[in-house]
Design a protein around this ligand. Structure first.
Ligand SMILES: C[S@@+](CC[C@H](N)C(=O)[O-])C[C@H]1O[C@@H](n2cnc3c(N)ncnc32)[C@H](O)[C@@H]1O
Length: 323
């Protein structure tokens, strides 16, 4: 393992801890150079108010082989201990199928930790989960929601919400009513925890445990309309109502969203897919817009932050005004 690669990345990024308690400190595919092991891992660090740092490591299998050998794992743990990390969990991601929950690599970790990202608090979990609960690649979008001044007083529908971090950022940016929707019951409970951590006395947050493909038409039918709709689907999802894939269902998903969006409202759309090109994605949104007689005006493109996800092109999206 080329320890220098980790040292350089850690040194470059750890200064950001003054701004945020949640950082991707090593993005293997961009920071790993040609080192086979390290090019297949990512390291995310979460810092408590007490300044203790805990780490999540993701390791991607390749050609059926584990990303990290036992000796690399030992070297990695030694490096993390040397920079003061108190404990780390490891998530091994198989090429196909769902990973098992993260396992302890070393040290001791709390079951959860509330970290501050700029103005917002987010609950990070280390136990019994396959993900810490905060997508660090969506930082630019959370920053835009908080500070661009574009959503003040607006009603927001956050679909595929996961732990509701975009709902929290939207509320911080002055949103009015915020409806958060996800198909996983534990995830919706986590989204409520995040909301309450930030806005304990604010009742303007609504939460639905449910299927986007059932709820978007249902909301439209009962006449609900929103000023902002957020779509951030996974590449593939199986729900009682529908088997969804970004490869075939982007137009119908966007059609359903346009039907809920007020004239001049904002569509925030994002996918995590290396396979679908920007051009194809955009064409499919455009197709849905034409069908619904809506006009798209691009406000900004979305993507992972270049400084902490060097070279990453998998996360794509836009914020559109929809006239
Ligand atoms: C990529 S994550 C979204 C991340 C989120 N936007 C964020 O910034 O944290 C996808 C989420 O979609 C949810 N999901 C998948 N299929 C769904 C469906 N049919 N209806 C509602 N939510 C669904 C999953 O439970 C998961 O939480």
């Amino acid at each position: 393992m080329k320890r220098e690669l980790l040292e350089v990345a850690w040194k470059k990024r750890a200064s950001e801890f003054s701004r945020t308690g949640a950082l991707r400190v090593f993005h293997g595919p961009g920071d790993g150079g040609r080192d086979a092991d390290l090019s297949r891992i990512a390291i995310e660090a979460f810092r408590a108010e007490s300044e203790t740092v805990y780490v999540w490591i993701y390791a991607w299998e390749q050609d059926g082989a584990k990303a990290l050998s036992e000796s690399t794992l030992a070297d990695l743990a030694a490096f993390l201990r040397s920079v003061g990390v108190a404990g780390a969990v490891l998530l091994e991601r198989p090429e196909k199928g769902t990973p098992a929950d993260a396992v302890l690599l070393f040290g001791t970790l709390p079951s959860h930790l509330d970290v501050r990202e700029e103005t917002d608090l987010f609950r990070i979990r280390f136990e019994a989960t396959k993900h810490p609960g905060l997508f660090l690649d969506h930082l630019p979008l959370r920053q835009w929601l908080r500070t661009a001044g574009k959503i003040s007083g607006k009603s927001v529908l956050n679909t595929f919400s996961y732990t509701g971090s975009l709902s929290v950022a939207a509320k911080r940016g002055g949103a009015g009513k915020v409806l958060t929707l996800d198909l996983s019951r534990p995830t919706i409970a986590w989204a409520k925890e995040n909301w309450e951590l930030n806005f304990p006395d604010d009742a303007s947050g609504d939460f639905i445990f449910g299927d986007v493909f059932e709820w978007l038409p249902k909301l439209a039918k009962r006449g609900d309309r929103f000023d902002v709709v957020i779509l951030d689907p996974p590449s593939f999802s199986r729900s009682p109502k529908k088997v969804f894939s970004t490869a075939k269902d982007l137009p119908s998903l966007h059609t359903a969203a346009f039907r809920l969006l007020n004239p001049g409202g904002l569509l925030i759309t994002s996918i995590n897919s290396a396979q679908i090109s920007h051009a194809q994605y955009r064409d499919e949104i455009q197709l849905a817009a034409v069908d619904e007689s809506r006009k798209l005006v691009e406000l900004i493109p979305l993507g992972a932050p270049k400084e902490s996800f060097p070279g990453a092109d998998y996360l794509k999206g836009w914020i559109f005004r929809v006239d």
